[in-house]
Design a protein around this ligand. Structure first.
Ligand SMILES: C[S@@+](CC[C@H](N)C(=O)[O-])C[C@H]1O[C@@H](n2cnc3c(N)ncnc32)[C@H](O)[C@@H]1O
Length: 198
């Protein structure tokens, strides 16, 4: 936890299991029934997806079903400089290894570091999947053009970057297949595409 980045916002404080160690500046929880557990904190009862969260660092044990929506929004918020998240391990494995749109985009914007793996028995109710604490440090501002480029190129994973670029109205002379780029090689991929062509 980098206490120098403020405010510290916790999303989904639940019964306060993380909150009591974290002491966030603001605690956001959707479920009103949790109010009694969270009386000692600056509590906002709301759906975090619709709040104007604009700066600081976010900490969350996210409900897994909102993970993708969450990232699509938060990646654009340049003043959110750090995320400390408990995520489904399978999802993190994908963003570190699979050449998908969200993997390339997240690796473009964030330096991603994995920490402890948390087995299902540590949660109640017990999930079927393993979780992992993952830290996302923002290293780049969000860029709409880069987002569009990655979105298009990653649709053609089985083609060479040269052919995928052509299909996206761009140009490249790189004959590696798009799927041969690891997500952390996103800059190498972007640098192989001639953007002056557009
Ligand atoms: C996996 S639980 C984690 C609870 C708590 N952090 C813990 O470790 O015990 C997820 C929590 O997020 C809350 N939540 C789900 N969707 C939310 C949203 N969109 N905005 C705010 N809180 C949300 C749920 O009500 C639940 O309390």
């Amino acid at each position: 936890m980098d206490t120098g980045i403020r405010p510290i916002l916790e999303i989904g404080c639940g019964k306060g299991n993380i909150t009591k160690f974290l002491e966030p500046d603001i605690c956001i929880e959707l479920d009103e029934k949790m109010t009694d557990y969270l009386k000692d904190y600056n509590l906002v009862i709301a759906d975090a997806r619709y709040l104007p969260i604009l700066r600081g660092q976010l900490v969350s044990s996210l409900p897994y079903q909102i993970t993708s929506d969450f990232f699509k929004e938060v990646v654009k918020l340049d003043n959110i400089s750090k995320l400390i998240l408990i995520l489904q391990k399978d999802f993190v494995d994908k963003i570190l290894n699979d050449p998908t749109y969200i993997s390339f985009l997240l690796n473009y914007v964030f330096d991603i570091q994995t920490k402890d793996i948390i087995p299902p028995r540590c949660f109640s109710p017990r999930p079927k999947v393993y979780s992992i604490i993952t830290v996302f440090n923002r290293v780049r501002e969000y860029n709409d053009d880069v987002d569009s480029l990655i979105s298009c190129i990653s649709r053609y994973r089985n083609k060479t970057l040269k052919n995928a670029s052509k299909l996206c109205g761009l140009s490249s002379d790189n004959n590696l297949k798009v799927r041969e780029f690891k997500p952390w090689q996103v800059l190498e991929l972007l640098n192989s595409v001639d953007l002056s062509y557009v």
